[in-house]
Design a protein around this ligand. Structure first.
Ligand code: NAG
Ligand code: NAG
Ligand code: NAG
Ligand code: NAG
Length: 236
């Protein structure tokens, strides 16, 4: 006797559903203590990220080649300097932000108020950063996966994807870290790195307004993605 195909399909789906491992979201979204600032220092490669900003994953995949951050001490014992390097459509940009470490939270001041906490991870040389940024209309949240290594194991990436899922964020954009990272020193290299720190500081209010628009209108960013895609593909 033969089962109808649809019954077999349903049975197999059910059994897959039943045998699927239960995701331990409580453990996967557990904040961890930042025991000392030394554990944050040095060079970290961004491997993947997800945010609740509509279209941000598509935008990241479309525009961002890769990204890394250098964390250094400052004269102030509670303040760390984050220099983020980002390759955007082949060009290199950097931005310097000071963040204050207190109560297991890293906070930046204006223009972009960020509150970063770390979530537990089984990856020994990774950081899983949960970021919150209040805008005037809502709270921008995101989860970023960074490592001292350029690549992580599939299991480590899977764990991060589960963390993203547990937080109800969209599937993350996974960055291509095999390509050359932006140089730290802009003088001695072929690739020029443009420092956007001052631009960012003076543009602060505009950035916040643009962010609010992205957050409140999904269609605005869809049009932007269409526009960029058509330009990218016309060039090729
Ligand atoms: C960290 O900052 C100090 C000065 O505060 C500087 O001498 C050093 O080169 C910096 N290290 C890195 C890795 O940027
Ligand atoms: C960060 O703070 C240090 C002093 O601790 C200061 O020299 C530096 O300019 C600040 N960087 C930014 C990007 O504000
Ligand atoms: C420290 O963080 C905890 C949990 O986020 C919060 O309840 C508490 O008020 C904070 N304390 C200070 C001094 O910021
Ligand atoms: C929680 O996660 C850690 C790794 O982040 C793991 O070693 C531990 O076994 C997990 N605990 C539970 C109860 O699942």
């Amino acid at each position: 006797m033969m089962f109808p195909a649809v019954a077999v399909t349903m049975l197999s789906l059910l059994s897959v559903g039943l045998s699927a491992p239960v995701i331990d979201c409580k453990n996967l979204t557990r904040p961890i203590e930042i025991e000392n600032r030394e554990q944050l220092l040095g060079k970290w490669t961004a491997l993947a990220e997800s945010t609740n900003m509509p279209g941000s994953q598509q935008l990241t995949k479309l525009l961002v080649g890769n990204s890394w951050v250098n964390v250094n001490v400052t004269n102030d014992v509670d303040v760390l300097e984050f220099v983020q390097y980002q390759k955007l459509m082949g060009a290199c940009y950097s931005i310097r932000v000071n963040m204050t470490l207190a109560n297991n939270t890293l906070s930046s001041g204006t223009p972009l108020m960020m509150r970063d906490t770390l979530l537990s991870t089984s990856c020994p040389d990774c950081l899983v950063v949960y970021a919150e940024s209040p805008t005037t209309s809502s709270v921008l949240t995101g989860l970023q996966f960074l490592s001292k290594r350029r690549t992580v194991t599939d299991a480590e990436m899977e764990e991060f994807k589960k963390q993203v899922q547990c937080l109800g964020l969209p599937a993350p954009a996974v960055l291509n870290t095999e390509t050359a990272l932006c140089p730290e020193d802009s003088q001695s290299q072929e690739t020029q790195t443009t420092d956007l720190t001052d631009t960012f500081k003076t543009m602060g209010d505009d950035i916040m307004r643009a962010m609010d628009e992205f957050l409140t209108s999904g269609s605005g960013i869809k049009d932007l993605i269409k526009l960029i895609s058509s330009n990218v593909f016309e060039k090729n």
